[in-house]
Design a protein around this ligand. Structure first.
Ligand SMILES: *[C@@H]1O[C@H](CO)[C@@H](O)[C@H](O)[C@H]1NC(C)=O
Ligand SMILES: *[C@@H]1O[C@H](CO)[C@@H](O)[C@H](O)[C@H]1NC(C)=O
Length: 317
């Protein structure tokens, strides 16, 4: 009897495997994938920008870039006034302690808002990972700062205490990563950075945390061929542990936005005003000037509930 039922099981699993559509690593194939049913019903999610930039919490999550690359006066002045002259951006990391972070408490707040999914920045353009990435040596929340795997804590609490779906934001490029700078100097004819950093981290995020939204961002003006986005997405849709439920967006390389991928985000605060062929998401801030927390925000910088449900793409960041 036992042998018979094993055969039976194998027989069905073979049928099941062979009936699964395989996606090819090209956009016409990947774009044909329907969005999983749950996303069509979800309607409302919560986007969380959190990282080392939350320590200065000044200006925006683009703090490092505005301060050291663009040298914008308010940022330069802020640093001059509050920090010693040799203070580096990296010196903020030990001060990122997350001592009040309680993932269960966050989950309760998210759930009571009516949201059906969250999207957490696991790595913004600064490159600091909120999990113990093997490819981000000494620039991650397990080695420095909180000494905790924040992505793991959030994923675990969310699943244990709610029906919310887990979404992870991930930046393809990193502003100041020397390997990315080297590839950029080679006009992206080399791909040192995606093969040694971006792609290993993407595979790690998916296999470890099994997110159901993968919110990609930050193409660094490099084409999707440089990032091997179609190769990665074919794996994600065909073979990954979340192949049946995962949703992605459209930020997979220069020129893919509003054209290819899963749901369309187009521009920040996108509100097309007409019926679209493709599913879309209006990604939106509460503070009209920043995605990350700003200590110097005043009440009128925050959108009212009325504005949140009606606002168009009028405030540019
Ligand atoms: C893309 O994938 C489709 C299968 O959906 C295949 O028919 C087509 O030949 C592929 N195109 C290219 C350019 O590889
Ligand atoms: C792109 O991704 C696919 C799927 O993971 C992989 O087979 C292929 O080797 C990758 N190509 C490069 C150039 O990394």
């Amino acid at each position: 009897m036992a042998a018979v039922s094993v055969c039976f099981f194998l027989f069905f699993s073979v049928l099941f495997c062979s009936s699964r559509a395989k996606f090819e690593p090209n956009w016409s194939s990947l774009d044909s994938r329907p969005l999983p049913e749950w996303f069509d019903q979800a309607k409302f999610g919560i986007f969380i920008h959190w990282g080392v930039f939350s320590v200065p919490s000044f200006g925006s999550e683009w703090f490092w870039w505005y301060w050291q690359k663009q040298k914008l006066q308010p940022y330069v002045d802020f640093m001059k006034k509050n920090y010693p002259p040799d203070f580096q951006y990296q010196d903020f990391a030990p001060q990122f302690t997350a001592e009040f972070f309680d993932a269960k408490e966050w989950t309760d707040i998210f759930a009571s808002s009516g949201a059906k999914y969250i999207v957490l920045t696991t790595k913004h353009h600064e490159g600091f990972t909120l999990w113990g990435s093997k490819n981000s040596w000494n620039w991650n929340s397990v080695d420095v700062g909180p000494k905790r795997d924040l992505v793991h804590e959030m994923a675990t609490a969310l699943r244990a205490n709610s029906d919310l779906r887990l979404g992870l934001y991930h930046s393809l490029f990193e502003w100041f990563n020397p390997l990315f700078e080297q590839d950029a100097a080679n006009v992206f004819k080399t791909n040192l950075f995606p093969t040694s950093k971006t792609l290993p981290e993407l595979y790690e995020l998916i296999t470890k945390y099994k997110p159901e939204v993968l919110w990609s961002d930050g193409d660094g003006d490099a084409p999707d061929s440089y990032w091997n986005s179609t190769g990665f997405l074919a794996w994600l849709y065909n073979d990954s542990p979340v192949r049946d439920t995962v949703v992605t967006n459209d930020r997979w390389g220069y020129g893919t936005i509003c054209k290819h991928g899963g749901f369309f985000t187009c521009s920040d605060r996108y509100l097309p005003g007409h019926l679209m062929k493709r599913k879309w998401e209006n990604c939106m801030t509460l503070d009209r000037k920043s995605w990350g927390y700003r200590r110097h925000a005043v009440l009128k910088d925050y959108m009212t509930i009325q504005e949140l449900v009606t606002v168009r793409e009028r405030d540019s960041l």
